[in-house]
Design a protein. Structure first.
Length: 429
């Protein structure tokens, strides 16, 4: 038996931008035919069809080659649009390559983006059995794993409910439980850590470690670099659909972060490596001190604000807007998250001409250093714009505690305001 679990040989995938949605299934085909019919009936047929036929070639993957041996845990990293999800869809046989060859030696269990792999009209229980059958498992094998799947996913109350009524978190919990517990020889996971709470994310990492220790192969895509480094024995870096680097996780992640810092200094409005429907877009990031003066960054212990300038391309007022700012250190570790929905229970709006979202920090709690900001916007719960490492924020040293003293280096990035006092045992009791 070969030691190779996955072999990718000169793999390429071409999409034609402007040609409409790739027709991976019946629903997509019907959607495109419906659009064409509407154009003809509305009298816009010729003009719209002519514009619609103008296409541009986009290579999501280009001449990609690598191998994964049995029992290896490999992480795949790269910026949005690097080709990570396209690669996993080809490996999971959801889409076909344009050129090249893929060899898969073993039964594959996949967890891709929400909406892939489950039938929306079937219940959670029915989808468990459906996925097991697709993996080639018998009814008896699936029943033996059913209790563990339901327990891990935590959706017991909703097991007989059609999955189309599940939240994205419930969907991913069940999908991961199915993929991991139905004993595939190769487990392919795409961004499971982007959904769910910290407890679920910890369970996912633990389960993937269990799978790896059982000698099975894991291919793991994530923007969580700490998880990649902790879990994987090798890391692959994709750039523009090509293999940029592979090797020890520490080395590959280090190279990736250096490139990200360079990109973060580019003009935000012109960045093309972004995800979302474009309902609103991040145009610029500005920093201000307590007096409202623009600064290159913030100062530890002082009042400051992070201002996000928002473009509104369609000039329509946007309701139900939520904005998140992820702050990461130079090692790529997430230090904290700023969110409009955590600081305020309601969502906001962006006027037709665009607007500004301001995060005010009454006392900047970060130690001096350089940080990267990842920006994430949703409108009516749909991703509008997501830019990883969108801006660099320099934090200069300040007197956070008012004592002139600061923690020694290496004792964390976040400062916590606190008071301390000494008492006798009697006072404490």
């Amino acid at each position: 038996m070969s030691d190779i679990a996955i072999r990718v040989d000169n793999l390429s995938k071409l999409y034609q931008l402007g040609a409409g949605l790739p027709q991976h299934g019946l629903r997509e085909m019907i959607q495109q035919q419906g659009v064409g019919l509407w154009r003809r009936l509305s009298g816009m047929g010729n003009e719209a069809e002519s514009a619609h036929k103008k296409t541009e070639d986009f290579w999501a993957l280009k001449d990609l080659s690598f191998e994964v041996t049995r029992g290896e845990v490999v992480g795949v990293i790269g910026r949005n649009g690097a080709g990570k999800s396209t690669l996993l869809k080809i490996l999971s046989r959801i889409t076909e390559p344009t050129q090249g060859r893929v060899e898969i030696h073993g039964r594959v269990g996949s967890l891709l983006e929400v909406g892939t792999g489950f039938h929306p009209e079937l219940t959670g229980r029915e989808n468990i059995f459906l996925n097991g059958a697709i993996l080639g498992m018998s009814q008896a094998e699936i029943r033996r794993n059913l209790e563990a799947i339901v327990d891990f996913s935590g959706i017991e109350r909703f097991l007989e409910t059609p999955v189309k009524r599940y939240s994205s978190g419930m969907y991913v919990r069940l999908a991961f439980a199915v993929a991991a517990h139905l004993q595939p020889e190769i487990l392919i996971v795409d961004e499971v850590l982007a959904v769910g709470d910290a407890e679920f994310q910890s369970k996912c990492l633990g389960k993937m470690q269990d799978v790896a220790q059982q000698g099975r192969t894991v291919l793991f895509v994530s923007h969580n670099l700490a998880a990649i480094q902790a879990l994987c024995s090798r890391t692959i870096l994709l750039e523009g659909g090509k293999l940029a680097q592979q090797g020890e996780p520490v080395e590959v992640i280090g190279s990736y972060l250096k490139k990200n810092w360079v990109l973060a200094k580019q003009e935000l409005a012109g960045r093309e490596d972004r995800t979302g429907n474009g309902a609103i877009r991040f145009a610029a990031v500005e920093f201000q001190n307590e007096s409202g003066e623009r600064q290159d960054g913030l100062q530890t212990g002082q009042t400051g604000s992070i201002n996000l300038l928002i473009d509104n391309p369609n000039r329509e007022e946007r309701q139900g807007v939520a904005i998140n700012v992820g702050v990461s250190d130079e090692q790529g570790t997430r230090v904290c998250l700023l969110s409009t929905t955590m600081s305020d229970s309601s969502t906001g709006s962006i006027p037709p001409e665009g607007g500004v979202v301001r995060f005010e920090l009454p006392k900047v709690p970060l130690v001096a250093g350089r940080y990267s900001l990842t920006l994430y916007a949703t409108v009516q719960n749909e991703v509008a714009d997501w830019v990883i490492d969108a801006a660099v924020m320099d934090v200069t040293e300040g007197d956070y505690f008012g004592t002139g003293r600061m923690p020694p280096a290496g004792q964390g990035k976040v400062l916590v305001s606190h008071r301390s006092s000494f008492h006798s045992h009697e006072v404490v009791r």
